[in-house]
Each structure stands twice: as structure tokens, then as C-alpha cells.
Design a protein around this ligand. Structure first.
Ligand code: ADP
Ligand code: MG
Length: 696
């Protein structure tokens, strides 16, 4: 299997070089694992009087009855008549005319394959595939023909599908039946899978639709199974290998707060998630949990209650947010919630004065400071805790893995980690990316929350929109107007923002209306200053680029206008909309766009109008953009899947995960005899992350 592809009959050095460069194929194994991306059903042979001009691919048995070379302005064109006993069609070539002309044989039966078109009133196939019937009968090739992915360079060098197909046949003749089984008998039996050998054969040379389907199922299952096995095993090992402080007590801090100071009843989802966290915290294993919850689902209170558990066990806790504004908001709301307690909370951010910092450092080290809230500033080496037990990170995608790792270095034992994100990730995807984390989901909004009414308006309706804004402002509400800012078109976007600001200023004149503006080119202090004015309701309109996207909570702001909404992705639109709908009032989101919209943009805007559910939106987003463009997928292996597709094969993924869990429950180290094939493959994968090459 590891034989260099150069040694395969019909390959040679030049082709081997080409295959390596274009397709990354270096060995026999690589070639065997180069899978077709579609198939043509060649179970049926057409007769020349049965043809239709429906642009489909057909195959006909017949003979070449005449050949003509026609000189053209550039080069020449070759035409031939291809006849069976019912009539004839035309074959046409524009390339390699001389070579083809010499190779065409009269009076022998060919199978002619290609796409039927009508040219000068005659059925025609341009650049047909011709194969001698005598060859066809000898070949491994089956009725369903595999079509392999190709590249321009390959075609230019005449390595077309037929050539690849031939190489594949040669390969299978040489290695016949030597694929090592990677799954246990038990898994194969219970899940009614075909064997590795059978699957590999039928993926390249399917004898029927059914055989193909079974081969695909088996190979997709296998691929997803080994990924899940790795992720789940990593998670289990993490739990046994990494210890952290066991928080066995639920004490006075938690109970007092829960019984006396909780400002509302927790939702069932919040209760469930809290239970999951409590369970993690008291085992002595290290918690590594992701908390997903849509904007406004109430993650903050869950964070606070978790921190109180740490405090009850005499440990400190910290909450880190990606921006100063968010950190400040968290600080203020938590201080307010803890008003009647003796818990000490401090805020640490880049702008914290040296004198104040000193006090924080001192109190952290003598354990009189219980909860530290802040920005990246907390990660600096000089910030030392006496005994940090729990670190909570809000809006995780703004933080790098390296920064998360830094939290570990603050203690002898790593503190428990809870990562909170408002980016809803579809379940299937979460399983494949974060399979090594534990995931909690708050899938329920607090009661009484009104849906944010969302409408799409064209630019020409702007006057009516402005009128609506004035009415809302007259009721005491505040308004966001957000402009896109895309790096590639930054200069243009700033101009749009400034033009927009100027026109809004004209339509909403001072002193009746006060307008704030916030964008990335402003100094941090100026941004905070403007933000503060808006928070304090000194300004009614906030004109901004997407800097306000994350987490800001201003309950009185009830209208979100998104300019050029067609330029935003779905998850971003949803995040922006989440800035409103935080108070008791009915909130609105107005998506402004130009008249010209492509189908994709239309679907995005329509989805926003139809639903407020972040998970539903994430599913649509996943279908529109594929997993590669979603947040957080870049580092994960799911982009390099060879045959499975996390979106389309979600049910196979669930099955694979279930089976992987079952195997590990019984035999975490894969030491049982029956799991030997799995163990061998698993080890190979672990050694070299490139999955498929090693499976075979
Ligand atoms: P997010 O998950 O976006 O961080 P927050 O924690 O900021 O959400 O909560 C959003 C708002 O909902 C806050 O004003 C909070 O006080 C309120 N809230 C949270 N949980 C509940 C609940 N169970 N019942 C009523 N209001 C709640
Ligand atoms: Mg939040």
C-alpha cells in the first residue's frame, strides 16, 4: 500500500509527478483513497433512434463509418459518423485531431459515450469517450461508472477520467483484496456494514446503485467513527488525566444568593445547565465546558452562580470578556446582583490605573478579592491569584487557544474552564468540532421575551423608515443604525458610514435629536465615551460599524437598523439583531438593502424575517456556506473529510458518535481482542493525522 505510485503499470515518473502535484497522490494507498465525486449509470445502452436532445450522457454501441478532417482558421476539426443498425450520429473533435484520426479503427465495435447535443440538425457527441467493445468486456469496469475529480492541468496533460479509471483498475488488479479491515466484527454486524474490501471495490467499481450506496455508507461511517473516537477519547483522557479542585460544597454564598437575591426564576434550561456544571465541578476532574446560548438567553446568571460555587469552596473566580465595554457591563450587573452580600468584586482592564491595579494585585494574592472581572488584562503574568478555581470566558471566538491556555499557568492545578458563546453552532457541527469539549446548551429564552419584529426594506423606503424611527424615539426608545465594514472595501465603507451619518444628522437635527457615532478608526477612549453617552440615554441614535456586535446590553434600545444588510452573513445579522429585544418593549429590526439581490442574499434576509431562533439560523447558514466558513471550524479536521459531509451525513455522524461512545464505554484503551482492528487503525491515525492514507 505504501508503494510509490511510479511503480504502478502505466504511470511512470512524469505522471507520478503530475499526480502528486495536482492530487496529492504519492502511493498506492493514496490512489485507492482517491474517491469519485459522481457516477454515471451505464447500465443502459441506447440505440441511435432512441436519442433525445436532453443534454444527458448516453452510451451507444456502433462502428465508425466515415471520418473527415475539416481545415479551419485555426487548426482543424475532425468529424466522424458513428452508426448502429438503426441510424447514425456525428462525433466531433477539436483537439488532438491528428492523433485521434490515426487511432480510429473502422469495422470494429466501439462503445461510444458522451453528452448528446444537436448540431446542424444532427445528434452529435463532442469529444466522445470511445472504447473498443473487446476492451470493455475484459475490463474491471462496471455498469456504474465512477467520475473522478480533476484539474485543468490534468486534462491539459491528457490525464482524463478514462486514464484515472484505467490506473484504478490496474491498482485493484495488483492489490486485490488486500485492504485491512479497520472495524470490529461486532460493529460491522450490528450496523449491517459491508467489509472494507467490499466498500473499497464498490466505491470505485459499483455494480449497482445499491452496492454503491452500501459502500458509501460504510466509508462515511468509518471516517466519522474514527474522528469521533479520537475526540471522545481525548475528552475522557482529559477527565482522568487532568485534575482540578473538587468543589464539593454548595454553601452559604450560593444558597443565600439563590434563595434571597435571585431577581427572577431560572428557566428550565438555565437550571439544567447549572446542574451539568455542578456535576463537573465536584468530581475533581478538570471541567472543560462550552456553554452555548443565544443572545439574551441568560448566560450571565449561570456564570455568576457557578462562580459562587467556587467561592463556597474557598476558591476565587474570574470572568473574562473580549472588550472593555462588555467587561464593564458584566462588572456592573454582577456588582448589582451581589449588592447585599459580602463578596468582593473588582474590574481589571487595560485602562485601570496603576494605583488601583496594585490594590487588585494585593487583594488577589491575599484572597480578600473573590471575583475578578475584566479583559485580556487579566491574562498578564503579573496578575496572580491566591487560588483561582474557576475561569469563565465570555464570547469565546474572540479568544485564541493560546490565551485560554494561559489561564492554566496561573495555578498549580488548572482552574475549571467555562467558555460561553452566543454563536449558535448546529448540533451536528458542534459534535464534530467540539467533540472533545463538554457542551451545555441554553435553548430557551426567559419568559415574556417578545419576538423581535424583523422586516426587510429597500433603500427607496428610507423616508418611511426614518419616520418610524422618529415615532419610536418619541416614545423614549433608542435606535442603532449599523453599517457594514469589510476589510477589503474599507475605504468605501467608511465613506458610506460618514455619508450615512451626515444624512441622518440632517434628518434628525439637533437639539431635538442627539446622535452618537462609533467606529474602528476612533480611539478607544472616544469610543467608550460615545458608548457611555448612548448607555446613559443622552443620545437616541447610535450610528456604528459592527464594533457593537458583541454582547452589549442596552435594554432601552429597541430598534436595530442594518444598512446594506445583504452584505452581512446570517450569523452576523443575528448577532446584531440580538442587541435589541433586551427590554420589556416590543423591538424591531429593519434590514435595509438595495434592490439588486442575489438568491443567496434573498434567502438570508427572508430567514431573518421568518425566525428569531439562533439555531435555526445557524442551520441555514451552514447549508448556505458550508462548514468551512462558520466560526471556529478552521482548525478542525472536518474540513478535510474525504467522503463524509457533516451537513448531509448528519445521521451517519450521530450513529458513528453513538458507536464510538459505546466502544469506549466498554474498552477505553481499545485493549479487547475484538477491538484489535480499531486499535491498530486508531494508532496509525494518532501517529499521522492524515486519516485515510493510514486506514488502508
Ligand atoms: P446573554 O446570554 O446574552 O449573556 P444575559 O445573561 O445578558 O444574556 O441575559 C439577558 C437578560 O435577560 C438580562 O437582562 C437578564 O437579567 C435577563 N434574564 C436572564 N435570565 C432570566 C430569567 N430566567 N428570567 C428573566 N430574565 C432573565
Ligand atoms: Mg452575555
Amino acid at each position: 500500500m505504501q508503494t510509490n505510485i511510479t511503480y504502478l503499470k502505466g504511470v511512470g515518473t512524469a505522471r507520478a509527478e503530475l499526480l502528486k502535484k495536482e492530487l496529492g497522490i504519492k502511493t498506492y494507498a493514496d490512489l485507492a483513497n482517491f474517491f469519485p465525486n459522481r457516477y454515471i449509470d451505464r447500465t443502459h445502452f441506447f440505440k441511435t433512434n432512441e436519442l433525445h436532445s436532453n443534454n444527458s450522457e448516453v452510451q451507444i454501441i456502433g462502428q465508425i463509418t466515415s471520418v473527415k478532417e475539416i481545415k479551419q482558421k485555426r487548426g482543424s476539426r475532425l468529424t466522424a459518423l458513428f452508426s448502429d443498425e438503426y441510424g447514425s450520429i456525428a462525433l466531433v473533435w477539436f483537439q488532438r485531431v491528428k492523433w485521434i484520426k490515426d487511432s480510429l479503427k473502422p469495422n470494429v465495435n466501439y462503445i461510444c459515450f458522451g453528452k448528446i447535443t444537436v448540431f446542424n440538425g444532427k445528434f452529435t457527441i463532442t469529444h466522445p469517450e470511445l472504447e473498443l467493445v473487446s476492451e470493455y468486456n475484459k475490463s474491471l469496469r462496471t455498469a456504474m461508472q465512477a467520475i473522478y475529480p480533476s484539474t485543468e492541468m490534468l486534462l491539459k496533460r491528457y490525464v482524463n477520467n478514462r486514464v484515472i479509471s484505467k490506473m484504478m483498475q490496474q491498482l485493484f488488479l495488483e492489490i486485490k483484496g488486500r485492504f485491512v479491515e479497520t472495524l470490529s466484527n461486532e460493529i460491522i454486524k450490528t450496523n449491517k456494514l459491508v467489509s472494507k474490501n467490499m466498500a473499497m471495490y464498490h466505491i470505485h467499481f459499483p455494480t449497482s446503485q445499491e452496492a454503491l450506496q452500501k459502500a458509501q455508507f460504510r466509508l462515511k461511517f468509518e471516517e466519522l467513527f474514527f474522528i469521533q473516537l479520537q475526540l471522545i477519547r481525548k475528552n475522557r483522557i482529559h477527565k482522568t488525566k487532568f485534575k482540578s479542585y473538587p468543589f464539593q460544597k454548595i454553601g452559604t454564598h450560593f444558597n443565600n444568593f439563590y434563595n434571597n437575591n435571585l431577581p427572577f426564576k431560572l428557566t428550565n434550561a438555565q437550571k439544567r445547565v447549572l446542574k451539568e456544571i455542578r456535576k463537573d465541578l465536584n468530581t475533581g476532574a478538570h471541567m472543560n465546558r462550552l456553554l452555548q446560548g443565544d443572545v439574551g438567553s441568560g448566560k450571565t446568571i449561570v456564570a455568576l452562580l457557578s462562580m459562587l460555587i467556587a467561592l463556597d469552596n474557598k476558591y476565587q473566580a474570574t470572568l473574562i470578556a473580549p472588550t472593555a465595554i462588555l467587561a464593564t457591563q458584566h462588572f456592573e450587573s454582577i456588582v448589582k446582583l451581589l449588592e447585599n452580600t459580602n463578596i468582593n468584586v473588582a474590574l481589571l482592564q487595560g485602562s485601570t490605573k496603576a494605583k488601583e491595579r496594585k490594590i487588585i494585585h494585593k487583594n488577589l494574592e491575599n484572597n480578600t478579592l473573590h471575583i475578578l472581572i475584566g479583559t485580556h488584562a487579566i491574562l498578564e503574568d503579573k496578575v496572580k491569584f491566591k487560588n483561582l478555581g474557576l475561569a469563565i470566558i465570555d464570547e469565546q471566538h474572540r479568544f485564541g487557544v493560546a490565551q485560554r491556555a494561559k489561564m492554566w499557568l496561573k495555578n498549580t492545578l488548572p482552574p475549571h474552564i467555562l467558555v460561553m458563546t452566543a454563536t449558535p453552532i448546529p448540533r451536528t457541527l458542534a459534535m464534530s468540532i467540539y467533540g472533545d469539549l463538554d457542551i451545555s446548551v441554553i435553548d430557551e429564552l426567559p419568559p415574556g421575551r417578545k419576538e423581535i419584529k424583523t422586516v426587510h426594506r429597500f433603500d427607496k423606503n428610507r423616508l418611511a423608515v426614518f419616520k418610524f424611527l422618529k415615532d419610536e424615539i418619541a416614545k423614549g426608545r433608542q435606535v442603532y443604525i449599523v453599517y457594514p465594514l469589510i476589510q477589503e472595501s474599507e475605504a468605501m465603507d467608511y465613506k458610506d458610514l460618514m455619508d450615512g451619518y451626515a444624512s441622518i444628522s440632517r434628518d434628525f437635527p439637533k437639539p431635538k435629536y442627539q446622535i452618537s457615532i462609533v467606529h474602528g478608526k476612533m480611539k478607544a477612549e472616544d469610543k467608550s465615551f460615545e458608548m457611555e453617552r448612548f448607555i446613559k440615554n443622552q443620545t437616541q441614535i447610535m450610528v456604528a460599524t459592527t464594533v457593537i456586535e458583541v454582547g452589549v446590553n442596552i435594554p432601552n434600545a429597541s430598534v436595530m437598523v442594518i444598512e446594506s444588510a445583504e452584505r452581512f452573513g446570517l450569523s452576523q445579522l443575528h448577532q446584531l439583531r440580538g442587541r435589541v429585544g433586551r427590554g420589556a418593549e416590543q423591538s424591531f429590526c429593519i434590514l435595509m438593502s438595495s434592490f439588486k439581490l442575489n438568491a443567496n442574499a434573498k434567502l438570508r434576509l427572508k430567514t431573518m424575517e421568518q425566525t428569531n431562533d439562533g439555531f435555526e439560523i445557524a442551520e441555514v447558514d451552514l447549508k448556505l456556506r458550508g462548514p468551512g466558513n462558520l466560526m471556529g471550524t478552521q482548525q478542525s479536521g472536518i474540513l478535510n473529510l474525504k467522503i463524509a459531509d457533516v451537513v448531509k451525513d448528519a445521521t451517519i455522524l450521530s450513529l458513528a458518535r453513538k458507536v464510538a461512545n459505546k466502544v469506549l464505554n466498554e474498552d477505553v484503551n481499545l485493549k479487547l481482542k475484538k477491538n484489535n482492528p480499531i486499535n491498530i487503525t486508531y494508532k496509525k491515525i494518532a501517529k499521522n493525522q492524515s486519516l485515510w492514507i493510514n486506514i488502508s
